[in-house]
Design a protein around this ligand. Sequence first.
Ligand code: 5GP
Length: 175
Amino acid sequence: MAIEVYLAQEKIQARIKELADEINKDFAGKELHVIGILNGAFMFTADLVRHLTIPVTLEFMAASSYGDGTVSSGELKINLDIKKDIEGKHVLIIEDIVDTGLTLKVLKKNLEERRPSSLKLASFLFKPARLEHPVDIDYLGFEIEDHFVIGYGLDYAGRYRELPYVGIYSPEGES
Ligand code: 5GP
């Protein structure tokens, strides 16, 4: 297995601080309900909310459109839903990566139907090369090239989520 460092830990943390500053400014005087999308966004969510100074409530939702491999199944499953009634609330979805955009398209529609006062999206990564379903990303960490990346929450077959950096995974190099 070969992992090439793509986004170093320091670079990630510096960008997250910038995003949090933006969110603090945009939501000044308001309360924010943060919804982190499991499993991939757990680390990004934890690091981002640490820098938020506005009043925040936080829940996680589990949704996936991928199997165990590197190819999308094109199917979305909601495995864990939020408990809070978000009607009239300011909501921020926190996702790991927008790839084809399918997950976010379906998720956003689902949450919009619950009539929040506003619904914004923060995504750690965006892979424009593979986009099929356009989604507005309000707070973006990094735009990346068309690589299968792992680490900082992102997995390959359940592994590597714990890495503090983002790497490019090359299965061919596996030993
Ligand atoms: P989308 O629905 O936008 O195609 O894909 C969303 C989900 O696919 C992400 O939340 C993530 O779990 C998974 N995914 C997409 N691209 C990658 C990637 O490069 N690496 C990993 N580990 N997961 C990915």
